[in-house]
Write a protein that binds this ligand. Structure first.
Ligand SMILES: C[S@@+](CC[C@H](N)C(=O)[O-])C[C@H]1O[C@@H](n2cnc3c(N)ncnc32)[C@H](O)[C@@H]1O
Length: 206
């Protein structure tokens, strides 16, 4: 891994993912987690302060990037919930079937290279009746914005660590074997419209 991916990108992602409007989004979803939580692409651990320690037993933090795991150390040190690292990508979740009560997916489905394989893994490890809680940016419902998402995606992906602007989050979850129980959407204020259309809610394995 190069200097940009290992040192600069973790810092940039931590900044962009920690703005007040994005923190507000996290507040809407992360406190709903319960039991054994698997966080996919835990990044710098910004979600940790939003977990309710009364409801959460511990968090498996799956994060393939060493630079992001390093960046997370300060948030882990402050955390009221225990974190167990899993240093593998979402396509290879090293857990038994039916082991997590909650799968937490925030601003990560955009980045996972083989997101279909990763969703199949999330479905495998989620206990029957468990929840996948998600808050992701993705494909805009507006044709004009979608056109720019498609145009900018190649350069954005190269600069932003593999992040895609235009993944259809709801359809991807449904096609990945999840039934969406609740879904809200909006452009989160403060960012460019190409990158700010958010989807958040709860899904269950079908
Ligand atoms: C934009 S960051 C979001 C981090 C965190 N989920 C958050 O909400 O702040 C995307 C994260 O996905 C991680 N990632 C990239 N490829 C991945 C994969 N195949 N499986 C799991 N995580 C991956 C990146 O290392 C990065 O930490």
């Amino acid at each position: 891994m190069g200097f940009y991916e290992n040192r600069i990108l973790p810092h940039m992602i931590n900044r962009v993912c920690g703005t007040p409007p994005i923190l507000k989004q996290r507040e809407k979803i992360v406190p709903k987690a319960e039991g054994r939580v698997l966080e996919i692409g835990m990044g710098s651990g910004i979600n940790l302060s939003f977990y309710d320690p009364e409801r959460v037993e511990f968090v498996w933090g799956l994060e393939p990037s060493e630079g992001m795991r390093r960046k997370a150390q300060a948030n882990i040190a402050r955390s009221n919930v225990e974190v167990k690292w899993l240093g593998l990508p979402g396509e290879e979740i090293p857990l038994d079937d039916d082991s997590a009560d909650t799968v937490m997916l925030t601003y990560t489905l955009c980045t996972i290279a083989d997101f279909r394989a990763a969703l199949a893994q999330m479905r495998r490890v989620l206990k029957p009746g468990g929840s996948l809680l998600f808050c992701e940016h993705g494909e805009s419902p507006d044709a004009g914005v979608r056109k720019w998402q498609a145009r900018l995606n190649p350069i954005w992906r190269a600069m932003a660590g593999g992040c895609n602007l235009d993944r259809p989050i709801d359809r991807s979850l449904e096609e990945g074997g999840f039934a969406i129980e609740s879904l809200e959407t909006m452009y989160v204020p403060g960012g460019p419209r190409v990158a700010s259309f958010n989807y958040w809610g709860r899904a269950k394995a079908r």
